[in-house]
Design a protein around this ligand. Sequence first.
Ligand code: MEV
Length: 448
Amino acid sequence: MTSVKGFSKLSKEAKIEWIVNNYLDGDEKSIDFLKSYWNEDITVQKLHDEFIENTISNFYLPFGVAPNFKIDGKMYCIPMAIEESSVVAAAAKSANFWLDKGGFITAILGVEKIGHVHFIWNGKDSSKLFTFFESIKEKFYSETIHITKNMHMRGGGILNIELVDKTLEEPNYYQIKAIFDTCDSMGANFINSVLEEFSKILRNELENTNLLTADEKEVQIVMCILSNYTPNCLVRAEVKAKISDLSEREMSGEEFAEKFCRAIRIAEIEPYRATTHNKGIMNGIDSVVIATGNDFRAVEASAHTFASRSGKYTSLTHAEIKDGELRFWLDIPLALGTVGGLTGLHPMVKMSLKMLGNPNAQELMKITAVVGLAQNFSAIRSLVTSGIQKGHMKMHLLNILNQLEATESEKAEIVNYFKDKIVSHSAAVEIFFKIRGIEQPKVVKMNG
Ligand code: MEV
């Protein structure tokens, strides 16, 4: 193993050769393998190459769709990019369940995003800094017009700017906290550019003010950055049904609704359960976020901070029984964009957005939240009735069989065998060897 200088400057072929020689035992087959994932259309491949540094190939994720989502009266077929077997199936099942019950209702509860200039000011009297800040505040708007004018034309821009004293938590630490509306873009580049301009304005105005002494003009700009925590870029997705319409096999509607609410309550009070519960919600959210070219890491970070906002990590969904109805809802911060970033570049992202009717950012927030709620409904419905493994393992069966390198006819036979049985890993392996007519080895070596 060796280090390398100037790797990013090498051609793609040379990068692959270097990796194969140094990290893949010089195996020439690895070269063909990596190249087999290149797109045949060189323009498309070039686009992907240029998304990041050091691209050597592409990494596939399944791209599925969940049809029959009725959201605020409109029908959607929702694109989802995810590797986990049962997620799309669960979303589609939930969509069907709610279709004849009025579908999903949504509301945008806010569209604000936040960014900060984090700085250190060593003056003793913070009121002098506040007076100075108020005297120059207007300049933060007027001297950033060159960056904000397009956003203004689209109806957004800077909504508010304030100085925040954080010195109780960290000596001499202050923030310029700014609130933005970034319309249909996620807005990270816009916000960060504005914030960096703010820091220049702050420095410049400090130099020229006569409200502060020479010592009080000293400032250390620590950093200028948006916050991915967007509690006021918030959307609600909701469903409601008559309890009498909720009977499940041998369970009455009342029993189901009560057990369902109890499961949600457990996630509200028990962080261990809340983590798994919210993970299930994010199965749905992330898959739409990825398919639509948005930043799932930002969405994840924000969702979990939001889930901890009371000081204790809790469920993102809630449920109540009221006036003979079950009401079930999700509030989640979703800073999404439908312009900028990958949205106009990645061919599959463009396809996803087209499939959704080219939504604006608020509509995409609503759709994405609905998939999170639908996902959670399916999970809780299974958990409080049949258990999760029945549906999950049924979907996972093909992965097990593919690992065993089962033929298409073996797969069909085994899937049929499990039609009325619960799938387990060991049962699938056992039936596979039985059908193949060979003795099951003590240790079954799974591929990959
Ligand atoms: C699995 O990816 C997600 C679930 O564990 C979610 C849940 O338990 O609510 C099924």
